[in-house]
Design a protein around this ligand. Sequence first.
Ligand code: 3PG
Length: 232
Amino acid sequence: MNQSTPSATQTPAAVPSMAEKVQLIDQLCAAARILPVITIERAEHILPLADALSGGGLTTLEVTLRSDLGLAAIELLRKERPHLCVGAGTVLDAATLAQAEAAGAQFVVSPGCTDELLRAAVASPLPLLPGVSSASEIMLAHALGYRRFKLFPAEVCGGVKALKAFAGPFPGIRFCPTGGVNPDNLKSYISQANVMCVGGSWMLNTQWLRAGEWQRIQDATAEAVALFATSL
Ligand code: 3PG
């Protein structure tokens, strides 16, 4: 049998329409509030880190594929922590998108967009949150049905000023600003009408992570969640 042909027992996953994917992303981002961007350096960090984040109140996680452990982390979390919503980040091309899907990712995020990735994700059952930092990128993705984006790197590409400027020509578009978001600027981001959630890694201090200081990560996560609630 040709390897690409599904066997009689396999049912190909249904592909939602782009409008349905927009709804999925809206639900996911509303539930997430803050999307922690996680890069796994050691396999033994995967479960305690996820537990610290979820213990602090964040149960939607973006696991980047920047490290070799990214896909294994997604697989493990889907199996061992089914209450979490786990996405793959730093998805750069169609091949990586397919790997993320096979690992069980529930959504995918990219730092930017290419025509190849945007088209592959239209045909994928998973919703993609493509990274954009310019009006032209938004227009390219918009033509394929995308309406929700990661603004990246948010602080470098104009931050709140860029979001205000994009609100004019793109009234139906909403963003997850990521890259430089921190407790000092969180309120200014989430008070923008076109922001649906934010992404970031500020609660995942690298030294705490390397030292296995899970309680500190959980406390910082809980503080971030509390700050989000009081900043609305
Ligand atoms: C990302 O890739 O989304 C960023 O690494 C997250 O940005 P931050 O580390 O500045 O929060």
